[in-house]
Design a protein around this ligand. Structure first.
Ligand code: ATP
Ligand code: MG
Length: 409
């Protein structure tokens, strides 16, 4: 027997229906904000992800050489591919651009509940604005998409510029390692690393104080003195917009994000009931285009962890009624005609392909959870009718063929 590769999953119909139902909602909401879908290749040049995605993700990349020796990688995320697409194809399009995507991503991680080697992200990128309104729009969109699933979650907003201004005089490699430890909330590791890297005492103290600032927007006052006015004014402006909506959030200046390309506002959304893998969305403001040879265009985006969201949300897909046509060798032609008519009317219709007798066709119909069985017998057909059995009540009736569609829908 051949098993699935570690960290991958198979999805059976019940689960796929649920996933599609979530996807449909996400699409509708993204489109209602004017976002349009893009798709990029499953694999890209490895370089696209090593330029600035940050070490934490680079370690997790599924990289390989193709038969011509090119260095390629399965995409670990979709922001870098979306920006590559923007530079290659859309740099002259009217701005801002609003894109959304839904696709599988691959990371070589230790598999566990909510953490897979192949997983799906639903995300958006708003390209071309550096204003706070753009950040607010993206946050509101993420919030609305998740709210539409009736799940409980916690939205936290921060700003990487604040921690970075504390680390201003620390070299880039060290400061990015420090940001990663903060992102992982590994404060013991952070303390010993900063000692080892000979980070000055006062800088260390500031790093700890700022990453602990978490609460209502008033914590922004406590951050004064750690950073320039600009970053705090920016976040205050963002809070002003969010406070004019019903969106609930907290400020958490300890959000560092694992990806290195963020430059300003960052946010994360956590759900209840997922244990350690509770982060269901991450996003923020970034600049990437110039690293790929384009102009330095400001953007904001997020990615929702689709698998984690699907695990906690309870929505069920709306299923069309399922009808089983019970056929006989001498009525096969009429059965197939009736089946087609009902399918065109929007029902799901299956007809026996196993050569079973009536009794076994009926018992199969209840086994697969059908709503109705339509018994197409020679005698009734000659009278222009069929037998209709309601499989929930067990009641059977004779229904005229020309009234059948109406009767079932
Ligand atoms: P985590 O801290 O849980 O590893 P991350 O910071 O690496 O998450 P991002 O790169 O921001 O995650 O990706 C966006 C979202 O994708 C995450 O919030 C999470 O819900 C989801 N995600 C990330 N890695 C995985 C994975 N291996 N399996 C399932 N979902 C994932
Ligand atoms: Mg990760």
């Amino acid at each position: 027997m051949i098993e699935r590769p570690r960290g991958t999953r198979d999805f059976l119909p019940d689960e796929m229906e649920k996933r599609r139902a979530i996807e449909v909602r996400f699409r509708e909401i993204a489109e209602s904000y004017g976002y349009r879908e893009i798709a990029t290749p499953t694999f890209e040049h490895l370089e696209l992800f090593t330029i600035k995605s940050g070490e934490s993700i680079v370690e997790e990349i599924y990289a390989f050489k193709d038969k011509s020796g090119r260095d390629l990688a399965l995409r670990p995320e979709l922001t870098a591919p979306a920006m590559r697409l923007f530079i290659n194809e859309c740099s002259v399009m009217p701005r801002p651009l609003r894109f959304y995507y839904f696709g599988n991503c691959f990371r070589y991680e230790r598999p566990q509940k909510g953490r897979y080697r192949e997983f799906w992200q639903f995300g958006v990128e708003l390209i071309g604005s550096e204003r706070v309104e753009a950040d607010a729009e993206v946050i509101i969109l993420a919030y609305r998409m998740l709210k539409s699933l009736n799940i409980n979650f916690d939205l936290q907003i921060g700003h990487v510029g604040i921690l970075r201004s504390i680390l201003e005089n620390v070299d880039e490699e060290k400061s990015s390692k420090i940001m990663r430890l903060i992102d992982k909330k590994d404060y013991d590791g952070l303390a010993s690393y900063m000692d080892e890297a000979k980070i000055p005492e006062d800088v260390q103290e500031n790093v700890f104080q700022v990453s602990a600032l978490h609460g209502g927007r008033e914590v922004l006052n406590e951050a004064e003195g750690f950073t320039g006015r600009e970053n705090l004014q920016y976040l205050n402006g963002l809070c002003d917009i969010l406070d004019s909506t019903e969106i609930e959030y907290t400020i958490n200046l300890g959000i560092a994000r694992g990806l290195d390309y963020y430059t300003g506002m960052v946010f994360e959304i956590y759900a209840e009931g997922l244990g350690a893998q509770k982060q269901i969305c991450g996003g923020g403001r970034y600049r990437l285009a110039h690293l790929f040879g384009g102009e330095d265009v400001p953007s904001t985006g997020f990615a929702i962890g689709f698998d984690r969201v699907s695990e906690i949300c309870k929505i069920s897909a709306e299923r069309r009624k399922l009808v089983v046509i019970v056929n006989f060798p001498d009525t096969l032609k009429e059965s197939l005609e009736i089946a087609e008519k009902l399918r065109s009317a929007g029902l799901r219709v299956v007809s026996d392909v196993m050569g079973r007798n009536v009794r076994r066709q009926l018992s199969h119909a209840s086994d697969i959870g059908a709503d109705y069985a339509i018994i197409v017998g020679k005698k009734e057909i000659n009278e222009g009718a069929v037998g209709v059995k309601d499989l929930h009540t067990g009641i059977q009736k004779s229904v005229a063929i020309n009234e059948l569609t109406e009767y079932l829908t």
